[in-house]
Design a protein. Structure first.
Length: 222
């Protein structure tokens, strides 16, 4: 084991102490330059806020107007204030349309529409919520209430046939147990002698000792 090292707490081997890094089988001291600090891992260094690594030193970051210094892990070492966007080495003010607000993002438009509005060609237009619908949590679209189905820009009531019920989502219907879904209704499942409604509820199976043969349950030959 080289100097400035310690045995691993598990298995065999060793690792360098904090403030040292492994180099060719030895533990070499990490030289922390001015305006920097030892990283949490203890085997490298990181520049202070407002400085950027430049080979073996930390160089002061030139923060433009309408920006602020950030941790050196960011390439520039600075970020624009809310409502501004980085263009080269400057921060340019965003044009935020009516019914919108600026967001901290280097991508996209740099702004989002307020709840109840959606983006369209660089503007925020009101979301028109039809009857029997409600605005989604995102605020940019709507959904039909339970018992209604979206058809274009309206909500049509779902007609539930006899022996059926609305599903959990409330956007369609299902047949009750013992009935099979047809085009527009529910037809009763015809169960033969020695048969029973199976797990799915819309078909039948034969009892033990019988097998399915067309519409009947025939005894299995012994």
């Amino acid at each position: 084991m080289p100097g400035n090292a310690r045995a691993l707490s598990y298995g065999s081997g060793w690792e360098c102490n904090r403030g040292f890094r492994e180099t060719a089988g030895s533990c070499v001291a990490v030289v922390v330059p001015r305006d920097a600090y030892l990283s949490p891992e203890g085997n490298s260094w990181t520049c202070n806020r407002g400085f950027r690594p430049d080979q073996t030193a930390c160089k002061a970051v030139q923060v433009p107007v309408n920006a602020y210094a950030v941790d050196s892990k960011y390439d520039r070492g600075w970020q624009c204030n809310r409502g501004y966007r980085a263009v080269g080495e400057s921060c340019v003010q965003l044009i935020v349309p009516a019914n919108a607000f600026a967001i901290d993002s280097s991508y996209g438009l740099g702004w989002e529409c307020a709840r109840g509005f959606r983006e369209s060609q660089g503007a925020c237009v009101a979301v028109e919520v039809p009857a029997n619908a409600y605005l989604l949590r995102t605020g940019a679209d709507w959904k039909c209430e339970r018992g209604f189905r979206r058809v274009g820009e309206r909500c049509d009531e779902i007609t539930v046939p006899a022996n059926a019920f609305l599903d959990d989502l409330g956007s369609n219907w299902r047949c009750e147990r013992g009935f099979r879904k047809e085009v527009s209704g529910c037809s009763a499942v015809r169960v033969p002698v020695h048969g029973f409604i199976n797990y799915s509820g819309d078909d039948w199976s034969c009892e033990d000792g019988f097998r399915k043969n067309g519409d009947a349950c025939l005894a299995v030959p012994k």
